[in-house]
Design a protein around this ligand. Sequence first.
Ligand code: ISL
Ligand code: CA
Length: 559
Amino acid sequence: MKKKWWQESVIYQIYPRSFMDSNGDGIGDLKGVTQKLDYLKDLGIDVIWLSPVYKSPNDDNGYDISDYQEIMTEFGSMADFDCLLEEAHKRGLKIIMDLVVNHTSDEHQWFKESCKSKDNPYRDFYIWKEGNGDMPPNSWASFFEGSAWAHHEETDMYYLHLFSKKQPDLNWDNRVVRQKIYEMMQWWLDKGIDGFRMDVINFISKTPGFPNGKKIEGTPYTEKEPFIVCGPHFHEYLKEMNREVLSKYDIMTVGETPSISVEEAQKTTDVNANELNMVFQFEHMDIENEGNSKWSDRRFELIELKHILSKWQYGLNDVGWNSLYWNNHDHPRVVSRFGDDKQYWKASAQMLATCLHMLKGTPYIYQGEEIGMTNVTLDHIDAYKDIETLNAYKRYTEELGFTNEKMMRCIYNRSRDNARTPMQWNAQPNAGFSTGSPWFDVNKNYKEINVESQLEDKKSIFHYYKKLIQLRKSNEVIVYGDYKLLMPDDTNLFVYMRSLKNQKLLVICNFKGESVDFTVPEDEKFHGEPKCLISNYGDVDFDVQLKLKPYEALVFLFD
Ligand code: ISL
Ligand code: CA
């Protein structure tokens, strides 16, 4: 396979609302991002993924878009965007945009027209159905709780919204809708942006007839996934989009694809398929789920994590390409989730970074991950902001018998708000994020965890990430080497190998807050001079037997 720039890149995700506020109104903005470009350049990343910055009533923090070609007022102006893009490009940084086209906001002009009458030319832009007597057309639940169908009084029909009521699903089976979306994409690409992250792109094609799935225990709803995930025209529409838009530019694309299988991911990211470059799979993000529900207070098990990640490493080794991520704006902070945000905060954050960046694929860093930002535990549900969290609290405590204590534990474990507290820049008030009153309180630990202090400390998490990124630039085996899991049954260590031509990389990660013994598996032979490429407690000489310190990570190169 021909080498691609996006395979050798590291991506940094910015959630603009919480990144940097330049004008003191408490909301992060585009000028704030521009101010921090030198910081990102110093970190060494290649590409910025901007979460949505378009005009939006913010029912779901910008994932509900009312105009794809305008900037959200709080974030600035189109001139600010152009300036950001120009300044990024000057520094050799690329920018990819979030493309949210499974749905729009209900305040989008198309939807407003669509509501006017059954014969409005925009009616068919959305998914309208007659009710079932007094009931919605089927018994699918929205991802944000309640029925996935909203009743529209004036025309006495229902529209589909897989997410909030204010996020009606577009009808991709309408050729005009697809054409409008492609034109809009082209408009952004002609401005010079470098690609797209495509929000729930594998939900765009729904099974006709909208059948009910299996009943979901303890709820009035039935499963919808079999009828919305990678539906009948999913690949056809992506190929069309690729042919008409993507293939005309040197860009990168990553699809956000919840519930995707390895087989579907292969079909989507195979270079010969001409669809997308890579996808975000979700299996390791769902690892603590209780049945169908993410609301659990369980901790993950390493064996399972290794199994999932290895399945994806093997599955996309020859066909397709992996995106590697530990967190984003929808998931808890990784150091709290898979590491230890107390005693071994630094070591575990560095170990996790090592474990991810040495896998095969394109690594993503979510803002604040590079300084080990942690989850939050807010005292009361009223302090939370995220629509998913608030709706789930209501349903689980009122209908499903969870006590307040139990649900708050689940929220501490899984809420999207864990990732949405403002970026911690320094020890000044509001962590230097804003001179005003932040839209969401900063994490109380900002005096201990912030960018300024880590820039000064050469042994910080920040400097460790910087080194990991540099290693990738100078060792092909990190980008292109084949993956092999070693010691699959070990409950403490995640050990794997990467190999390319004569080179071998041995990656040993201790996921336990205790010392653990390691012995090279007997059937693995390592030839050549071993060199310790990176480690989080100081360099170690290679030996067939080693004692790993708590959360220690070691990477040896055999050349
Ligand atoms: O966040 C989730 C689990 O807690 C997912 O169900 C999430 O809603 C799903 O991964 C889709 O996410 C994307 O689309 C949503 C938006 O709310 C998310 O922020 C976005 O990343 C609707 O646009
Ligand atoms: Ca602002």
